[in-house]
Design a protein around this ligand. Structure first.
Ligand code: ZN
Length: 313
């Protein structure tokens, strides 16, 4: 199974204010900041990574912080919702927490026989907390306020909104090794059997849906997980020979990446497990220092001057 796509690696979204983003994901949701760095393509802006203790692939939500752009909105050709897995019986805790902290949420609901609670962050980004049918055995990061009976385990999956699902479905099944598991109304659930978590991609078909705008409060791309670069290069070849364009391998310091647009318009990435987040910080200190890749270390003083200072308490 190791040579397969191992579910989701990370999801990347766009935020405005870095402090509000940090407070929401670490305090309200109780995730760990596992890396504080800059966007390697725009080093005067932050790139934050949140996940479990180690930043295990399948738990990692990342944000580009672009303070000077507008708020976006979701439409066809975009990923529209992040699905997090939480422990059985924890939704009442979350509902009460969201009420107390004035977080916008919708009441409990059910799809594919699983109960879930939808909410939005301060930028309008959609997520759901889902009770998976099969208990999620992953170890969560705990905080003083959110113990293990409630804490987020990592991703269950992601929802993409598409005008037509057929070509995207083909990429999932014929290239990435997913299979159609179930359908409810216009929602088609695809799953990979290679892993037990972060294994779901839902495709929502909205034939009359309008295009969205990829800016603050929307998802920028999603990354699928592979064990190493050799496997990544095999997938790169498969994608090329299916007629799609794909980037060369790019070094992202914590993983290697290739990017391609799937035919429905969503930006997909394939990212490696190696080398991981402890490559430049010990496990106990993950996310506590501003880490810069080698090519920007000479400009550290200037970069630190332009970045909004982040209060971590
Ligand atoms: Zn990415």
């Amino acid at each position: 199974m190791k040579e397969n796509i191992l579910g989701l690696h990370h999801i990347t979204a766009i935020t405005g204010n870095p402090q509000k983003n940090y407070d929401f994901y670490t305090k309200v949701l109780g995730l760990r900041m596992v890396k504080k760095t800059v966007n390697f393509d725009a080093p005067d802006t932050y790139h934050f990574y949140y996940g479990n203790e180690q930043g295990t692939p399948g738990t990692i939500l990342t944000f580009f912080s672009w303070e000077n752009i507008d708020r976006g909105f979701t439409g066809v050709g975009m990923a529209e919702e992040i699905g997090y897995s939480v422990p059985y019986g924890s939704l009442d805790f979350w509902q009460e927490r969201f009420k107390q902290l004035n977080i916008t949420f919708a009441g409990k609901n059910e799809r594919f026989g699983e109960e879930y609670l939808s909410f939005i962050d301060g930028d309008g980004l959609n997520s759901s907390l889902i009770i998976p049918k099969i208990a999620d055995e992953r170890k969560s990061w705990e905080t003083k306020e959110i113990g293990k009976d409630f804490a987020i385990k990592g991703f269950q999956g992601i929802t993409l909104s598409l005008k037509k699902i057929d070509k995207t479905a083909k990429v999932l099944t014929d290239i990435l090794g997913y299979r159609l598991m179930s359908q409810e109304d216009n929602r088609y659930r695809f799953i990979t059997d290679s892993v037990q978590s972060a294994s779901i991609v839902d495709l929502l078909e909205n034939a009359d849906g309008a295009a969205g705008r990829n800016a603050i409060g929307t998802i920028h791309h999603l990354a699928f997980r592979v064990a190493n670069e050799n496997i990544q290069m095999e997938y790169r070849e498969k994608i090329l020979s299916s007629g799609l364009q794909i980037t060369p391998k790019i070094d992202r310091n914590y993983f290697y990446s290739v990017y391609f647009h799937e035919p429905g318009g969503v930006l997909f990435e394939i990212a490696t497990d190696n080398p991981g987040f402890t490559v430049d910080e010990p496990l106990s200190e993950l996310g506590t220092h501003l880490k810069l890749p080698k090519q920007f270390e000479h400009a550290r003083v200037e970069i630190e001057r332009v970045l909004t200072p982040l209060k971590s308490n």
